[in-house]
Design a protein around this ligand. Structure first.
Ligand code: PA5
Length: 420
């Protein structure tokens, strides 16, 4: 389903010598003795979510009768997963009937007002997502859009159109939901934000947007069976090991996450958060950055090829597309491209560009890792995200870090609240 390749990583790795580290990590995960094991609930979600799926599907049928827009309020792990999947599958949403609009991820008046104005003139439902229930950005947007719901539809309409996704027992949002008996879903206490896309956090918006959430979860669950294995051929561990060795032993500080599909920009944003918050601790960890090629080959390609040797690339390679774009031949061949166009579709050009770029960048001393899949659809994106969650967890454990806390994020919040 997912193929990991280290063929172009420019270093030799003796995988067998890491066998005992993998065994220790897998044992620690299974018997919950490893650091951070109180946040391993995301693994149980794969085996335990049929009732949540059924509830989400029923709720979605009701919500879709009320409007074609869902405003999703959340930040960080409370929105990136849904945004990543919705964009990756539906692109610019030009053809979709039901749309997701994300707020609470920004404090830009320009951004919020644009969505507010759309909602003035279009029927909408609201899903507010916050595990802690007290994140400033989300709470501010919730005030704004809750008021708009009341103004448009009254208190009864608010009750009908609002869905709250939060902690089962803690936090102000849970208190608020219980007090007014609003429709609410739980984020399991033992699942952290950036590992929550397979819970109601991701499933409610994705179902509304049109994703087949059963296939998405099945993809995640199948990958989970594959990658929680004490087997040195476990690709999630191999990818983690490559990242760890390139970083710790070879001095690469930056991992450039590459996609050639612009609609995967938010998939990369989701990975950036997953890796950045899980691994950037105790003065350790890779800085994850994202590039969309070939766009960024025309801006950052020079640096990658020839600049400071601080980065390696991880390419997310999708081998097939269900969409076919043929490029027309020109009678007078004014641009001299007829020979190329006669032999290649747009997809062929992209695939050959990918290979050419790997050759060029590795010649320039930039290691390349490749994560390859045949198609990106509702099932495979679930599989891929689960694979990446495992890889991230393994990398953090190789670095001897807790993958599930984020002490650094709290510090900016403290300073901001002092000023506010
Ligand atoms: O991964 C995380 O834990 C964070 O990114 C949170 O998801 C983010 O800070 C939002 O927090 P909350 O869901 O409590 O509003």
């Amino acid at each position: 389903m997912i193929k990991f390749s280290d063929e172009n990583n420019l270093i030799d790795i003796d995988y067998a010598s890491y066998k005992s580290r993998l065994s220790k990590i897998v044992t620690g995960i299974n018997d919950k003795s490893i650091e951070g094991s109180d946040f391993l609930g995301w693994i149980d979600v794969f085996n335990n979510s049929q009732h949540v799926v059924d509830e989400v599907i029923n709720e979605n049928k009701r919500l879709r009768k009320l409007g074609k827009t869902m405003v999703v309020i959340g930040i960080g792990g409370s929105y990136l997963g849904a945004k990543a999947v919705d964009d990756a599958i539906y692109g610019q949403n030009l053809a979709t009937e039901y749309k997701l609009l994300f707020v609470g991820n920004s404090i830009s008046s320009h951004y919020i007002d644009e969505i507010y104005n759309h909602c003035l003139n279009n029927d909408f439902v609201l899903n507010v997502i916050s595990k802690s229930g007290s994140t400033l950005e989300s709470a501010l947007s919730f005030r704004i859009f809750k008021k708009l719901l009341i103004e448009k539809y009254g208190e009864e309409g608010l009750k009908e159109r609002l869905v709250i996704t939060t902690d089962p027992s803690d936090g102000k949002l849970r208190e608020f939901a219980n007090k007014h008996d609003y429709t609410s879903f739980n984020i399991p206490s033992d699942v952290g934000g950036r590992y929550s896309v397979f819970t109601a956090v991701g499933l409610i918006p994705l179902a509304f947007g049109g994703i087949d959430i059963e296939k998405f979860l099945k993809g995640g669950a199948d990958a989970s069976k594959q990658y929680l294995k004490d087997d040195i051929n476990n690709d999630a561990f191999k990818y983690a090991l490559n990242r760890y060795i390139l970083n710790e032993e070879n001095g690469f500080a930056v991992e450039a996450l590459i996609s050639y599909r612009p609609s995967c920009r938010y998939l990369i944003e989701w990975i950036k958060q997953l890796y950045g918050e899980s691994e950037g601790k105790n003065s350790k960890g890779l800085l994850p950055v994202g590039f969309i090629y070939s766009t960024d080959l025309h801006s950052l390609g020079q640096f990658v090829q020839d600049g400071s040797k601080i980065l390696f690339e991880t390419l997310f390679k999708i081998n097939n597309s269900k969409r076919v774009v043929d490029i027309p031949l020109e009678e007078d061949d004014f641009d001299g491209l007829n020979r190329i166009v006669a032999q290649n579709s747009m997809h062929d050009i992209k695939m050959k560009t990918m290979s050419g770029v790997i050759n060029a960048h590795t010649e320039g001393g930039v290691p390349n890792l490749v994560i390859e899949m045949e198609y990106l659809d509702d099932y495979t994106i679930g599989y891929l995200m689960s694979f990446l969650m495992y890889s991230c967890m393994y990398t953090a454990y190789l670095l001897e870090l807790n993958p599930f806390d984020q002490p650094g994020v709290e510090i900016y919040k403290r300073e901001m609240y002092k000023l506010l």
